[in-house]
Write a protein that binds this ligand. Structure first.
Ligand SMILES: [Zn+2]
Length: 230
């Protein structure tokens, strides 16, 4: 087995894999995972030097990810494309004088927002985010039940929020699991993978070989799911 380790530099977690290769190879996945493959017998100081020279580039890439999850580039207008559970929907905004907006999916193709058009952009965003959040809670409920039972663990609280560079996060101390609101835009297969991934952290806190063993055991195709999305 070749060595793997994870190091933290300026708040950025970098996963290092020692491989039979000649050059260092750095990748930033859209899920915010930073992977660095390095030659087997490379001195640690060379790794540190390399990372430091690339740190701005890494941070830029992590920022790009967080940029893509902002609503600011969405105007919430008719005809706009929005992703819901991995499927592209067309937004239909219908002006209705009502106190509480009504948001729903229509005919597999439309995401309908019945809302008073006079409300601010911020209010529209807030309502749509709330709708996404409720959907994510609903869709992950069974996945949590299923995998908590299989793994023999249980989380405390489920927190959903927008996060930078991460799909999920598990606080091992409180057993709270946090999911990125943006996850609601991904397909169910990926959502289930993230749920399992975070629950596995209740058994193995890091991404080392024991962690991968767990994933291999319970979701043998997890690597394909992950790379399809990256
Ligand atoms: Zn993890």
């Amino acid at each position: 087995m070749l060595k793997k380790e994870s190091i933290l530099i300026e708040g950025v977690e970098i996963q290092i894999s020692y491989k039979k290769i000649k050059n260092l190879n750095l990748k930033v996945g859209i899920d915010g995972q930073v992977n660095l493959s390095v030659p087997k017998f490379i001195p640690r100081v060379t790794i540190d030097k390399f990372i430091n020279s690339k740190l701005d580039w890494i941070k830029d890439n992590l920022d790009k990810f967080s940029e893509s999850i902002k609503f600011s580039n969405k105007k919430l207008q008719n005809g706009e494309k929005h992703f819901v559970l991995g499927q592209e929907k067309t937004l239909k905004v219908i002006d209705k004088k009502m106190k509480h907006p009504n948001i729903f999916l229509e005919n597999e193709t439309n995401l309908v927002m019945e809302i008073n058009q006079n409300v601010s952009q911020k209010t529209k965003e807030r309502h749509l985010n709330q709708w996404y959040e409720n959907l994510l809670i609903k869709e992950t409920e069974n996945y949590f039940k299923k995998w908590e039972q299989v793994l023999g663990v249980s989380k405390s609280k489920l927190i959903i929020k927008k996060m930078k560079g991460k799909w999920g996060y598990c606080d091992i101390r409180t057993k709270n699991i946090c999911l990125n609101l943006e996850l609601t835009k991904r397909n169910l297969e990926f959502i289930e993978y993230v749920v399992l991934h975070e629950l596995c952290h209740l058994i193995v806190p890091n991404h080392g070989s024991d962690f991968k063993k767990l994933l291999n055991q319970h979701l043998p195709n997890w690597k394909n799911i992950k790379t399809e999305i990256d």
